[in-house]
Design a protein. Structure first.
Length: 695
């Protein structure tokens, strides 16, 4: 299978070069995996009278009645007429005229195939494929594969359909030994899929649509199953082999906080996740958990309880967030929650002053700080803990995998890691892109939350919107007004924001109203001061760019206005909306746009206004944009799927996942008679057996 493609009959060095350059086909194996993108149905022979403009391709059969060369120069062509008992179709060639002249015999029966067109009311097939009926090979009545190709290949006789001849020749050389089964028989039986060899044959040359679909299902299943198996093996290896610090007990801090200081009852989702973390961290193996919760589902308190668990067991913790505003907010709320407990909490950001930083780093290395909250500054090399037991990463999508890995290195035995993301990722995507992590979902909001009324308003309705804001402010609520920020046009956005600020101010003059403003050009001190004024309720309106996008929690704010909403992505809109509806008040999100917006933007806005559920938004986002672009996913090999589609093949993926987990649970070494195939196959993928490079 690793044979170079030029060894295939009909290829030769020149075509081989082109196949390599144009399509990346180097070996027999590559060609085998060059799947057709569609098939043409040549199983039917139509009556000529039945050719109508609605038919794209057709195969007809009849007697060649007459052929003649007509026209001049560029219009010169060979025309032949094929007649059956129902009518006549004109066959026309502009190229290869003399060759066709030579081989076509009047009065003989032919079968012709091609794209049907109508010219001056006459049925016509331009450049048909044509064959003497008597010479037609048997078995030709199949669905004929069409392959992607390029202009250069076409010129060399390797058009979309000619490639099929090569593949056909290749398949003729292969036996079951060349494409051995790689899935355990019980799985094949239980999922009712066809065998591997047959699947490869039928995906190229199916007899009918049913055969094609069977082949496709088998190969998609195989693809998803193998990737799920590999991820399950990674998880299993970590569960078995990784060393993790042990949080033996649930101690005093945890208990007294839980019983005396926790201001509300945990939701059942929160309880479940705390329990999962509790089990993980007591296991002796390193926890590596992704916590997904919709905005406002209460992830912070879960993080806090986990940290108390660590401190009770004599360990230090750190919590990392992507922006200084968020870090400040966590610092304040953690302090507030723990104010009556003997826990030392410190803050480290880029703007921590040198003297203070020195003191802090010393205390940290001596172990007298329990919780360190900070930005990226946390992962710098100089930050050394005495005994780090738990690292929490909040609003994870702003951090890369590599940055997380740096956290691990801060202790001899790597700390437990809890990654929290507020951008829900569709389950299918999480299963593939984060399949090596353990995975918790909080799909429940704290009780008493009212759904956020989300509406779309045009700029022409601005006065009404402003009046609405006014009425909400008079009820004692606060309002966010968000302007877009796009890196490439930062200057323009800045001017936009300033203009917007002026407009808002005209509606809401001081001293009756006060406005905070935050944007990227401010120093972090100024940002923080402006944020604080809003948090304390000194200002009623916050005008901002998207710097407040994630995490910010001001429960009294009940209105979110998003200006130029068409410029935001779905998950961003959902994040922004999540800034309101955090208190008991009825909340509103108003998406402002001009009347001229594109179809895409309209669609996004209609999705956001129709559902408040972040997981649903994420599913739609995946459908609209495909997995590559979804925020919060890493580009990973796991996403490089050849056939399967995370949107369309959800059901196959779920099944593949269940089977993969079952196998790893029972036999992670893949040693049972049934599983040996898998073992060899995985080894072959690593190039460790001669049976290499299939798939
Ligand atoms: P997110 O998951 O978006 O980070 P937060 O942790 O900021 O959400 O929580 C949102 C708000 O809900 C906070 O004000 C928090 O105190 C509150 N909260 C969290 N859990 C509960 C609960 N079980 N019952 C009531 N309020 C809760
Ligand atoms: Mg949060």
């Amino acid at each position: 299978m690793v044979y170079p493609i030029e060894y295939l009959k009909g290829v030769g060095p020149q075509r081989a070069d082109l196949l390599k350059k144009e399509l990346g086909i180097f070996t027999f194996n590559d060609l085998l995996h060059h799947f057709p993108y569609r098939h043409i149905d040549k199983t039917k022979i139509l009556k000529i009278a039945d050719l109508t403009p609605a038919i794209e391709f057709a195969q007809v059969q009849g007697i060649l009645a007459l052929k003649e060369e007509i026209g001049e120069k560029a219009g010169r062509r060979l025309v032949a007429y094929l007649r059956d008992e129902t009518g006549i179709v004109e066959l026309t060639w502009f190229k290869g005229i003399s060759w066709m002249q030579k081989i076509l015999k009047e009065g003989e029966p032919y079968v012709a195939f091609g794209r049907v067109s109508f010219f001056m009311g006459n049925r016509q097939i331009l450049h048909p494929e044509i064959e003497l009926k008597t010479e037609m090979e048997r078995g030709k009545e199949v669905l004929e594969p069409v392959y992607s190709t390029t202009e250069k290949l076409k010129v060399r006789g390797l058009g979309g359909r000619q490639t099929g001849k090569l593949v056909y020749a290749l398949l003729g050389l292969l036996s079951k030994n060349d494409i051995p089964e790689n899935l355990p028989q019980p799985i094949i039986d239980r999922s009712r899929i066809i065998d591997r060899f047959t699947a490869y044959f039928q995906i190229h040359f199916p007899k009918d649509l049913h055969q094609y679909n069977e082949a496709l299902r088998r190969l998609k299943f195989e693809e998803l199953f193998i990737s799920q198996l590999r991820l399950a093996l990674v998880r299993s290896e970590r569960h078995r082999l990784s060393k993790g610090v042990v949080f033996k007990k649930v101690g005093d801090l945890f208990n007294s906080f839980y019983k005396k200081h926790l201001p509300f009852e945990l939701t059942s989702a929160q309880k479940r996740v705390v329990k999962e973390i509790r089990v993980d961290t007591a296991s002796g193996h390193q926890m590596n958990r992704l916590l997904q919760g919709d905005v406002g589902s209460g992830k912070t308190i879960v993080a806090l309880l986990s940290m108390l668990l660590a401190i009770d067991n004599g360990f230090q913790c750190c919590m990392m967030a992507p922006t200084e505003i968020l870090v400040q907010q966590h610092y304040r709320s953690v302090n507030e929650f723990l104010k009556d407990l003997p826990v030392t909490i410190k803050l480290l950001t880029g703007s921590t002053k040198t003297v203070e930083r020195k003191k802090l780093l010393l205390a940290l290395s001596e172990g007298s700080i329990d919780i360190l909250i900070g930005t990226h500054a946390l992962i710098e090399e100089v930050v050394q803990f005495k005994k780090l037991g738990l690292a929490i990463v909040d609003e994870q999508h702003r951090f890369g995998v590599a940055q997380r890995a740096l956290l691990w290195k801060k202790a001899v035995v790597p700390p437990h890691v809890l990654v929290m993301t507020a951008t829900p990722i569709p389950r299918t995507l999480a299963m593939t892109a984060y399949g090596d992590l353990d995975y918790s979902v909080m799909n429940e909001l704290p009780p008493g939350r009212k759904p956020i009324a989300t509406v779309h308003r045009y700029d022409t309705q601005r006065t009404k919107v402003m009046d609405f804001i006014k009425s909400e402010i008079h009820l004692g609520r606060q309002v966010y007004i968000i302007f877009p920020l796009i890196e490439e046009s930062a200057k323009l956005d800045y001017e936009n924001l300033m203009q917007g600020y002026k407009n808002v101010k005209a509606f809401f003059p001081e001293p009756k109203y006060w406005i905070s403003m935050i944007h990227g050009r401010q120093t972090s001190d100024v940002k923080e001061a402006n944020m604080q004024r809003f948090v304390k309720g000194d200002t009623q309106i916050m005008v901002s760019t998207t710097v407040i996008e994630v995490g910010v929690n001001v429960p009294n704010a009940s209105v979110m206005i998003i200006e130029s909403a068409e410029k935001f992505g779905l998950s961003q809109l959902h994040q922004l909306r999540g800034r309101v509806g955090r208190g008991a008040e009825k909340s509103y999100c108003i998406l402002m746009t001009s009347t001229k917006i594109g179809a895409d933007a309209k669609q996004r806005i209609s999705i956001i206004t129709s559902t408040g559920n972040g997981f649903e938004v994420a599913e739609k986002d995946l459908e609209l944009r495909g997995p590559g672009d979804i925020e919060g996913t890493r580009q990973s090999g796991a996403l490089a799927l050849r056939l399967a589609d995370l949107v369309k093949d959800k059901i196959i993926l779920e099944a593949a996942r269940v089977f993969a987990e079952e196998i790893v649970e029972k036999d992670f070494q893949l040693e049972s008679a049934d599983n040996l195939r898998l073992k060899y196959y995985l080894l072959s993928l690593k190039g460790k057996t001669p049976w290499s490079k299939i798939s």
